[in-house]
Design a protein around this ligand. Structure first.
Ligand code: NCD
Ligand code: ZN
Length: 337
C-alpha cells in the first residue's frame, strides 16, 4: 500500500465556533493538524485578553482527547479602539494576529470595519509589536465577484504605509489578487483554501444550487482557479495553507438565507494530497502545509509527522451536524489513524 509521510500540517485559518459545537469541530481539526490559527468571528467577537484566554483553554481541552500537544495561535477582531496595552495583554495569552473584516462581507462581520483609516493607529501598534494583520479582502458594496479585486488597493496601501507589518491576504479567490501578492513586497503573503483550489463558481451555482459550496469569497472563474493552483503548486513561499474551514449546521445552510462557509477540516489533507499528486507537485506539498506559513509567522517549523495512505474511504454525509466538503464522495487518500 502506498504511504506518504508528511510534516504534521498547520492550518493558518480555521473557525472553531463556540459552546456545544466547539468540541466536535476541534476534534475534526486536530485529527489532521498540529497547529491552527483560530479566527475571532465568534458571538460576541474575540476582543479581550480574558475572552481569548478562556476560548483558548476550551479549545485545548477539547483537543486533548485527540492530540494532547495541539497548539493554537489566537487572533483578535480588529477595531479602532484598542490601546497598545490591550494588544500586549492579548499577546500574553497567545494572540499572534489581528483580523480585519470589512463590515458585512461575511459571516458575523456586521460589526466589521467601515472606516479604513480609523484603524491605522491600531495597525501601526501591531506593526511595532510584531502582530500579523490577517485581512478578509473583500470590498463592501461591490458586485459580489468584484469584491476581492476591488480590495487589492487597500492591501497595497497597508503594505506601503506599514512596511514592517506582516500582512496575510486571506483565502485568495481571484487571479488579480494572486498577481498582487506576487508583486507586493515580502511582508505580504496569502493563504489558499482547499475549496478555492478545487472549485469555480460553477460548483456553487453552475448546474444546481449547492449550498454547502457557498462561501466567502465566492469561488470565481476557471482562470482564477488556475492562477491559485499555479501559485500553490509552484513552491512560492508567499502562498500557504489556511483552510478557512467554516462549519455551519446543516439547517443553517439548507434554508432560504443560507450561511457562507465550507466545512473542509474533515477532508482537507486527503484532498490536498489528491490535488498536488494529480498535478505532479507532491514535492511542493510539505512546504505548503507545514513550512511557508510557519516561516511567515516566525514560529519554528514542526518536527512532527503524519502518514497518508492510498486507501479509499467514503466521506460521511454529515459530520458533527455539518455537511462537509466532498460529502458522500470516495476519496483515494486517507490519514493513517
Ligand atoms: C466564514 C465563517 O463562516 O465564519 N465564512 C466563509 O464563507 N468563509 C467567515 C470568513 O472567513 O469569511
Ligand atoms: Zn474564515
Amino acid at each position: 500500500m502506498k504511504t506518504i509521510e508528511l510534516p504534521l500540517p498547520d492550518d493558518f485559518h480555521a473557525h472553531l465556533r463556540q459552546d456545544a459545537q466547539l468540541p466536535g469541530y476541534v476534534r475534526d481539526l486536530s485529527a489532521q493538524f498540529g497547529r491552527a490559527l483560530v479566527m475571532p468571528n465568534t458571538i460576541p467577537p474575540m476582543t479581550t485578553a480574558a475572552a481569548i484566554a478562556d476560548y483558548k483553554s476550551q479549545i485545548l481541552e477539547s483537543a486533548s482527547f485527540v492530540r494532547p500537544d495541539f497548539e493554537v495561535l489566537m487572533t483578535f477582531k480588529l477595531n479602532p479602539n484598542y490601546s497598545e496595552q490591550d494588544l500586549k495583554d492579548m499577546m500574553a495569552v497567545g494572540v499572534v494576529a489581528g483580523k480585519y473584516y470589512p463590515a458585512g462581507v461575511t459571516t458575523n462581520s456586521a460589526d466589521g470595519i467601515s472606516d479604513f483609516e480609523a484603524v491605522f493607529p491600531v495597525v501601526a501598534m501591531m506593526e511595532k509589536l510584531g502582530l500579523v494583520l490577517c485581512v478578509h479582502g473583500e470590498e463592501p458594496g461591490e458586485f459580489c465577484l468584484d469584491r476581492e479585486p476591488a480590495f487589492i488597493k487597500r492591501v497595497e496601501i497597508l503594505a506601503e504605509k506599514f512596511p514592517k507589518l506582516k500582512i496575510v491576504f486571506e483565502h485568495l479567490s481571484s487571479a488579480k489578487a494572486v498577481e498582487a501578492v506576487k508583486r507586493l513586497p515580502n511582508n505580504v503573503a496569502a493563504t489558499f483554501t482547499v475549496h478555492h483550489l478545487m472549485m469555480t463558481l460553477d460548483d456553487v451555482v453552475g448546474d444546481a444550487l449547492r449550498p454547502h459550496h457557498f462561501c466567502k469569497p465566492l469561488p470565481k472563474r476557471p482562470e482564477d482557479r488556475a492562477a491559485i493552483r499555479e501559485a500553490a503548486f509552484s513552491g512560492n513561499p508567499k502562498f500557504f495553507l489556511g483552510t478557512d474551514s467554516a462549519p455551519h449546521l446543516q439547517g443553517k445552510k439548507e434554508c432560504p438565507c443560507g450561511a457562507a462557509g465550507v466545512y473542509s477540516a474533515p477532508v482537507a489533507i486527503p484532498l490536498l494530497v489528491q490535488e498536488f499528486d494529480r498535478a505532479g507537485a507532491l514535492d511542493k506539498l510539505p512546504d505548503f502545509i507545514a513550512g511557508f506559513g510557519a516561516d511567515f509567522y516566525q514560529i519554528p517549523r514542526t518536527t512532527k509527522r503524519i502518514e497518508v495512505v492510498k486507501e479509499s474511504w467514503t466521506v460521511p454525509a454529515v459530520v458533527n451536524g455539518v455537511v462537509p466538503l466532498a460529502a458522500g464522495q470516495t476519496l483515494e487518500w486517507k490519514i493513517r489513524d
